[in-house]
Write a protein that binds this ligand. Structure first.
Ligand code: PMV
Length: 320
C-alpha cells in the first residue's frame, strides 16, 4: 500500500540547540514551537519487495544525499527488516534553507511509513520516532503551540494551546534560498564542543521555557515576544562563539531585524525569530499581518515573503 501524509514545519520560539545523546538524537534542552498551516510537505511511502534499494524523489528529482537519513528513519519506524521503499516528497516552500523543512519532512515520513506498513503507532510514539531523525520533527506531530520535553530516555511532545485559541500569524522573510553551509546536527556538536556560552545556554533554558509557558497560558504577547527574541539571540550567540563560528545570517537578515524594531517602535506587536539559516520569521497578531508583510517585503534584499497561520499536526491524507 502507498500511503501519503502531510506535515507542516514548526518554528521554535524557545529553541532546541544541542544534543545530550547523539546516538539516540536526544536534545539537551526542551523547546516550544508553533506549528504552521500554510507551508507544508507531503510525503508518500510505498514498500515494495521488488525494489533493490530505497528510492527517494524530492520535488520531482532524485535526492541521493538525503537518502541515508530517510532510510534510517524508515528503519526506526518500521524495523530494519522492512522491504525497500519508494518515497516521494513535495514541499511548497524552499527546503534546507532554515525553514524547518526537515521537521515537516520527517514528521510526514514517520506518519506515511507507519500507515504504509500497516502499523498503528500513536502520535506520541511517532513523535518520538520522527525525533530520532530530526529533533524538531517531533514537534510537527502536533498542532498549535507545542512543547517538547526531555523526559528520561525519551522525548515527549504536548500541545500547550490550540491553534484556534490564539491565532497568531507568521510572516517569513526569505533572504536567500541556497542550502545552509553547515547542517544543524554538525553545528550543534561544534557548539557543544567549542562554544564558551554553551553551558550557560543549557543552564538558562528552563527559565525561558517557564516564562514562555506562562506567556502562552495568559496569551501575553509582549511577554512571549521578549523571551522568544532573547532565546533566539542567545542561541545565535552560542553559534557565533563556536570555533569555527557558525554565522547563518546575511546582511538582509539584519535589515529584517531592523525593520521589525521599527515596527515595534511604531507600536506594532511583532517579534522575530531566526533558526539555522538566514530567514527571518516575524510573529504578529492577525490585524498587523498586512503591515508586517509590507514592511518586510519592502526591506532591501528580501527575495520573497511567505505568510502562514498556525496549523495542525502531521496526518495521513490518503492511501491507494
Ligand atoms: O531538528 P533539527 O536538527 O533540524 O534542529 C533544529 C534547530 C533549530 O531549528 C535551529 C531550532 C529549533 O528548535 O527548531
Amino acid at each position: 500500500m502507498r500511503a501519503t501524509a502531510k506535515a507542516q514545519p514548526n518554528i521554535a520560539l524557545i529553541k532546541y540547540w544541542g544534543k545530550r545523546d547523539t546516538g539516540r538524537n536526544l536534545p539537551a534542552v526542551g523547546s516550544i514551537s508553533i506549528t504552521l498551516a500554510d507551508l507544508y510537505t507531503t510525503m508518500s511511502v510505498e514498500f515494495d519487495k521488488s525494489l533493490g534499494a530505497d528510492v527517494l524523489v524530492v520535488n520531482g528529482a532524485d535526492d541521493s544525499p538525503m537518502l541515508p537519513r530517510v532510510s534510517r528513519c524508515l528503519d526506526t519506524v518500521v524495523g530494519a527488516d522492512r522491504a525497500h521503499a519508494r518515497i516521494e516528497s513535495e514541499s511548497n516552500f524552499p527546503i534546507a534553507a532554515g525553514l524547518a523543512s526537515s521537521a515537516s519532512a520527517f514528521a510526514a515520513l514517520a506518519v506515511a511509513a507507519d500507515a504504509a506498513a500497516g502499523r498503528e503507532n500513536t502520535s506520541a510514539q511517532l513523535a518520538s520516532l520522527a525525533g530520532q531523525a530530526s529533533g524538531s520533527a517531533a514537534r510537527s506531530l502536533l498542532g498549535g503551540f507545542v512543547e517538547l520535553k526531555n523526559a528520561g530516555d525519551d522525548i515527549v511532545v504536548s500541545e500547550l494551546r490550540g491553534r484556534d485559541d490564539w491565532p497568531l500569524r507568521v510572516v517569513v522573510a526569505v533572504t536567500a534560498t541556497g542550502p545552509k553551509p553547515v547542517g544543524s546536527t554538525e553545528a550543534m556538536e561544534v557548539s557543544r564542543n567549542t562554544s564558551p556560552f554553551y553551558e550557560r545556554w543549557i543552564e538558562q533554558q528552563d527559565a525561558d521555557l517557564d516564562e514562555a509557558r506562562v506567556a502562552i497560558a495568559g496569551k501575553d504577547f509582549a511577554r512571549l515576544a521578549s523571551v522568544a527574541e532573547h532565546n533566539c539571540l542567545k542561541m545565535h550567540s552560542v553559534m557565533w562563539g563556536s570555533r569555527p563560528p557558525m554565522i547563518y545570517w546575511n546582511s538582509t537578515t539584519l535589515a529584517c531585524m531592523q525593520t521589525i524594531r521599527e515596527l515595534q517602535s511604531a507600536d506594532i506587536a511583532v517579534f522575530f525569530t531566526i533558526d539555522a539559516g538566514p530567514q527571518v520569521k516575524a510573529i504578529c497578531n492577525p490585524e498587523d499581518e498586512a503591515a508586517v508583510q509590507q514592511a518586510l517585503a519592502a526591506t532591501p534584499g528580501v527575495e520573497q515573503v511567505l505568510v502562514s497561520g498556525l496549523g495542525q499536526g502531521a496526518a495521513q491524507i490518503k492511501d491507494d
